[in-house]
Design a protein around this ligand. Structure first.
Ligand code: AHR
Length: 681
């Protein structure tokens, strides 16, 4: 807020609005000092973290409907079956003279008699979804023995075997060729299959059998699911951290994410097993693979579409420190560092250079304007610091304009975290330190002030993965969301230090997830946001430009200490975990939205009773003209959203009648509220 716009104008304002609710708790007074704006709010404060976990990419955001299209899964015919319509033949997996060295397996149909069709069917990711009247794009690679005189018939069939549409692919030869077709579906189905059959006796080889809806995000080929991108776009993320997460590290080094495997023709992108496939007890998914169809080009393009900053995270020569702990020797880090340099070139270079020519060949000669790169994910310890120093020297020498993100380890209450900050403040410098915390809701309340007291010297903070774990199942409840909202008042208030933040993983597929909580749940046809999704969206969509000082007067709250062991710590704790004193009567942050000319107030009430509060625009000397309140609340803090009831916990918006200098408002129990108060010019 410009100080000058407020001073010297006469008249205070009184707002009056009562919000019906249960008996109020203690009265609270919130005073916003509109005359003394503080620091600017980081424009990158609210972003998202995308990882291919929980079938977030393949089977999720990436719209490919065929699972295991290149027959490279450990079980080569996983998701495939044989189709025999009165014929005779065999289906085998072969590897002689493959499509290319990165795609070494394919399927061979050896057909003695075709009947009315002999071949294979793919069952998708738990069924293929089709909609009446929509087009589906078929593509596949095929070759045939010289004496094969037939075509390939490609059919979408519903779960009863009823054909919903088909196309014929002709002109097979002894050489691998790409074939494309379009099928308009005459019916809607949720468990359809894609059938590919030979129509004559002889030998046919198939690979890269693919089916996409034509209706992807922006109708792109090799595209993304439009409904999931819309959920993402609605968050207005300022940046996207990608592709992980632990997936960057890999279980071991060969399993790590290598961006060069994820660009170019999809048939040239080698499949990699997903490190989450064996990760979690009951949810193991031994056939969870990364096709890399949603690779680095698609990532940059999506960021551009959404107007969001790309934040790639790259392997730093270390595999997962919980798992294999493999290290690239320091004197063999060259290729890892080169990968990072080449990625910057791929994103930003002029088309005349090797990697940016690849970008141009994929249809994007203009640069992607990459500004931030992460070196390593959730790494810790001396082995990390010495590897980071090698990257830092090389990257800063060639690209001083690129900001470097480093990891602070798996926690923020322990020796690894303390050591990381010492190193990045006093040793090899970093620009931004990525902190991760998955903690009980109460921890988030107790840590809402942790950045008020953190030293300002040195790098900025990136709260890169955080989420409240409600109970042993980590249920995505309103309680968890309100605790995160309370904590985020501290991120906003301290956004001179906290430059960036993003929640835990973005997407989770129902019945196929390895990690909870997550922001967005989906299946093959539906999607909903958790209460935490709405908290993230409310912060992101209402981000002010500058902070306004705010005070809360009301009886403080003391909660019993969290049980010992409820917060995991790593390394030798340098000091007892951070814990604030008594908690405030309400958690509040305030700011000024310059363009809208509005004071924006963020208020979390994590308590069991509503709070009657007076909001005073202390120091303001001109009137507000309108107001709006957006409230995220529900019947109980245990409430969650679901496919059946996706709107149980969603924000509700009301206009406020503005009438003076003070607003009376009852903040519901277990709620998060955004108040927007428009000031007269
Ligand atoms: O978010 C899931 C995992 O949690 C991430 O891969 C890792 O960075 C963190 O430990």
């Amino acid at each position: 807020m410009h100080h000058s716009t407020l001073t010297g104008l006469a008249g205070l304002i009184v707002f009056a609005l009562t919000h019906t609710g249960s008996a109020a708790g203690p009265a609270v007074r919130i005073t916003v000092d509109t005359d003394h704006p503080g620091h600017a709010v980081s424009p990158l404060l609210h972003g998202v973290f995308f990882e291919d976990i929980n079938y977030g990419a393949d089977g999720g955001l990436y719209a490919e409907l065929v699972q295991n299209r290149s027959f490279e899964h450990r079980e080569h015919l996983f998701a495939w079956g044989t189709v025999n319509r009165g014929g005779e033949g065999t289906v085998t997996v072969e590897s002689a003279e493959p499509l290319n060295a990165k795609n070494p397996h394919y399927v061979r149909l050896s057909v003695r008699t075709p009947g009315s069709g002999f071949g294979v069917a793919n069952y998708g990711f738990g069924g293929i979804v089709t909609k009446t009247g929509e087009n589906y794009l078929v593509s596949l690679r095929a070759r045939a023995a010289a004496n094969y005189g037939g075509a390939l018939r490609v059919v979408i069939e519903d779960e009863t075997g009823r054909p919903l549409g088909d196309c014929a692919l002709t002109g097979l030869s002894e050489k691998w060729q790409k074939f494309d077709g379009v099928i308009k579906s005459t019916g809607s189905a949720t468990h359809a299959r894609l059938v590919v059959v030979a129509t004559a006796p002889g030998r046919v080889d198939l690979d890269m059998v693919s089916l996409f809806p034509e209706n992807t995000w922006k109708h792109r080929r090799n595209g993304l699911r439009a409904d999931l991108v819309k959920m993402l776009a609605d968050l207005h993320p300022a940046f996207m951290r990608f592709p992980g997460g632990c997936i960057v590290e890999g279980m071991d080094l060969p399993n790590r994410y290598q961006w060069k495997d994820t660009i170019g023709d999809v048939a040239d992108r080698p499949e990699n097993w997903n490190r989450w496939q064996d990760a979690m007890g009951d949810a193991t998914a031994p056939q969870y693979y990364q096709t890399y169809g949603l690779g680095f080009f698609e990532f940059f393009q999506l960021c551009e579409d959404l107007g969001t900053e790309p934040v790639p995270i790259l392997n730093c020569g270390m595999a997962c420190q919980y798992e294999s702990k493999q290290l690239a020797p320091l004197d063999q880090l060259g290729p890892f560092v080169q990968d990072a340099l080449d990625l910057i070139e791929f994103a930003n270079g002029p088309v005349t250079t090797r990697w940016s020519a690849r970008r141009a060949a994929m249809g994007h000669p203009e640069p992607f304007h990459l500004k931030i790169v992460g070196v390593g994910n959730e790494q810790w310890g001396e082995q990390y610091f010495e590897r980071y120093a090698v990257f830092q020297a090389a990257l800063k020498a060639k690209h001083p304009e690129i900001q470097l993100v480093t990891g602070a380890g798996p926690g923020v209450d322990d020796g690894f975290w303390k050591l990381a900050w010492d190193k990045f403040r006093n040793g090899t410098p970093a620009d931004i330190v990525d902190e991760h915390y998955y903690r009980p809701p109460q921890w988030f309340l107790e840590n809402a002030t942790r950045y008020d007291v953190q030293e300002r010297r040195g790098p900025k903070v990136f709260a890169g993965e955080f989420a409240a774990h409600d109970g042993p199942q980590h249920r995505p409840t309103l309680r968890a969301a309100v605790a995160e909202a309370a904590f985020m008042t501290g991120l906003l208030r301290n956004s001179d230090l906290v430059a960036m933040s993003s929640y835990a993983p973005l997407f989770a597929k129902a019945g196929a997830s390895q990690w909870a909580p997550d922001l967005i749940w989906f299946d093959n046809t539906r999607v909903y946001g958790t209460p935490s999704y709405h908290v993230q969206a409310l912060y992101s969509r209402n981000r002010p430009d500058v902070i306004l000082p705010v005070s809360v007067d009301g009886p403080p709250v003391t909660l019993p200490a969290l049980p010992a062991g409820s917060v995991a710590t790593y390394g030798a704790p340098p000091r007892p975990p951070y814990r604030s004193g008594p908690l405030p009567a309400l958690f509040v942050a305030a700011g000024w939205d310059r363009q809208a000319g509005e004071v924006v107030l963020f208020v979390a009430n994590p308590y069991a009773e509503e709070r009657a509060a007076t909001v005073a625009l202390g120091g303001a000397s001109h009137a507000a003209t309108a107001g709006k309140v957006i409230v995220l609340a529900s019947t109980t803090p245990d409430d969650v959203n679901s496919f059946e009831a996706p709107a149980t916990v969603v924000p509700r918006e009301e206009n406020l009648n503005v009438g003076g200098s003070e607003l009376s408002y009852r903040f519901p129990a277990s709620s998060f509220t955004v108040l927007r108060l428009k000031m007269a010019q």
